[in-house]
Design a protein around this ligand. Structure first.
Ligand SMILES: C[S@@+](CC[C@H](N)C(=O)[O-])C[C@H]1O[C@@H](n2cnc3c(N)ncnc32)[C@H](O)[C@@H]1O
Length: 203
C-alpha cells in the first residue's frame, strides 16, 4: 500500500489543506482547554487557530516541511505555536499535562494507534479532552480524500474499543462536505469523537 511522502506533498508554496481550521474543531472549540497537543498537525492551520484563541499549542508531525509552513503561518497571523518533528509511531507525549489533544485527519495504522492512544490518554489531565475527526471506513468507496487503506480508516466501533478509557462526550459517524484544501474536497464519510479523561482515571 503506497503512503504519501508528506515532505514532498508539502514542498510547495500552497497550503495544501488550506489555512482555515477544520470545521469540526471550530464547532467544538469552546470545549477546548490548554495546553493543547495537536497530533499530525501538518501545515499548522489548526494549531494557529487554537493559538489565536489564546491556547498554548504544541503541533507534532513527522514532516519538517509541514511544520516549517506551520510556523510561517503562525508568524503571518501574529500568534505563537510550538512544533516538534516526530514520528507518532514512537512519540512519547508528556504525561498528565494537556488540557486537550486534537487529532484531525491523523490517519495511522492500527498498530501505531494501539501504542499511541493509551499514551494520549495518559498525557491528558483529569477532565482533559481528546477531539478527533477522521475519515470513516465508508470513505474507502469515495474519491474525496483520505487513505485508501481500511486499517487507517476509523469507525465508531474502532473508536469505542481503542479509546474506551475515555468518557464519551460525542461519538458519531456522519456524512459531510469537507472543503479543506486540494486533497480534502467533497462529500465525505467521517467519524467525530470527543472523549473526556475521567477525573478518577487510573491512567
Ligand atoms: C491529511 S494530513 C492532515 C494534516 C492536519 N492535521 C490538517 O488537518 O491539516 C496528515 C498528516 O499526518 C502526518 N503523519 C502521517 N503519519 C505520521 C506519523 N507516523 N507521525 C507523525 N505524523 C504523521 C503527515 O505528515 C500529515 O501532516
Amino acid at each position: 500500500m503506497s503512503r504519501p511522502d508528506w515532505n514532498s506533498r508539502y514542498d510547495t508554496d500552497e497550503y495544501i489543506y488550506g489555512c482555515e481550521p477544520n470545521s469540526f474543531l471550530v464547532e467544538q472549540v469552546d470545549l477546548i482547554r490548554g495546553p493543547v497537543l495537536s497530533l499530525a498537525e501538518g501545515e499548522g492551520r489548526n494549531a494557529v487557530f487554537l493559538a489565536s484563541r489564546g491556547h498554548d499549542v504544541l503541533g507534532v508531525d513527522a514532516s519538517e516541511i509541514g511544520l516549517n509552513k506551520a510556523r510561517a503561518l503562525a508568524t503571518e497571523r501574529g500568534v505563537s505555536i510550538r512544533t516538534e518533528v516526530a514520528d507518532l509511531a514512537c512519540y512519547e507525549p508528556t504525561l498528565n499535562h494537556f488540557g486537550a489533544v486534537v487529532s484531525i485527519w491523523a490517519h495511522l495504522p492500527s498498530v501505531v494507534r494501539g501504542r499511541l492512544y493509551p499514551l494520549v490518554i495518559q498525557s491528558l489531565v483529569p477532565g482533559g479532552l481528546l477531539l478527533l475527526e477522521a475519515y470513516s471506513e465508508r470513505q474507502l468507496q469515495r474519491d474525496t480524500g483520505g487513505p485508501k487503506d481500511i486499517d487507517m480508516l476509523l469507525s465508531t466501533e474502532k473508536l469505542s474499543l481503542e479509546l474506551g478509557d475515555l468518557e464519551v462526550v460525542l461519538l458519531r459517524e456522519t456524512e459531510r462536505e469537507v472543503v479543506e484544501g486540494a486533497y480534502h474536497t467533497g462529500l465525505a464519510s467521517v467519524v467525530q469523537f470527543i472523549g473526556r479523561k475521567k477525573a478518577m482515571s487510573h491512567e
